[in-house]
Design a protein around this ligand. Structure first.
Ligand code: GAR
Length: 202
């Protein structure tokens, strides 16, 4: 079984899409990690009996630090860490512990519209202001710089007639819900690897 841990901070619609769309015989969501106690993603995990750990969470009694979390995730033998709407920067030491085993979904076509402060609606506002005709979703390996790691997969969406940033957000989210399960299933099938600085998806 391919074990994944999903890091969240918000509504959890990507967590839900992975839970519903990736075949249960291929992956197990063995942990949800959140920096917020009261959010849709944590409620979803609770409803489906997925264990939740809090990291770096303000006013949460049982919140742990990243080094403790790394030990926990190793103990439960996590194969892949998925940042699905997790909005905090992951410390370098944690990234070193899980080299090339952390991926992030970003709601735009990297390398544009990424970097510090570019998350959630900030991204869609910037895309709308740029008058771009297409946007999309990107999944990339996480390295020590915001939204900088090797791109694994992208999907585009037409936004030429989008009314406002919210309209862009909902179009992009729809394709995120296709792309993330697709990529996770590829990882579980051992069909993604890095070859000479390029990500190959078979
Ligand atoms: C998603 O659109 C995700 O791409 C974005 O946060 C949203 C989370 O939604 N992530 C970032 O902006 C990270 N830079 P969800 O909680 O419903 O999955």
């Amino acid at each position: 079984m391919f074990n994944i841990a999903v890091f969240v901070s918000g509504k959890g619609s990507n967590l839900k899409s992975v839970f519903e769309k990736v075949p249960k015989e291929k992956i197990r969501i063995c942990a949800v990690i959140s920096d917020k106690e009261d959010c849709g993603a944590v409620h979803f995990a609770d409803d489906y009996g997925i264990q939740v750990f809090f990291v770096d969470a303000k006013n949460v009694l049982n919140s742990c630090g990243y080094s403790e979390l790394a030990k926990i995730l190793k103990k439960i033998q996590v194969d892949l860490i998925v940042l699905a709407g997790f909005l905090k920067k992951i410390p370098d030491e944690f990234i070193d512990e899980f080299e090339n085993r952390i991926i992030n979904i970003h709601p735009a076509l990297l390398p544009k519209f990424g970097g510090k402060g570019m998350y959630g609606m900030n991204v869609h506002n910037a895309v709308f202001d740029s008058a771009a005709k297409i946007s999309g979703a990107s999944i990339h390996f996480v390295d020590k710089i915001y939204d900088n790691g090797l791109i694994i997969a992208q999907r585009t969406v037409d936004i030429s007639d989008a009314k406002d940033p919210d309209d862009i957000a909902s179009r992009v989210l729809k394709i995120e819900h296709e792309l993330l399960p697709f990529v996770i299933e590829k990882f579980a099938d051992n069909k993604i690897f890095i070859n000479q600085g390029n990500v190959v998806v078979e």
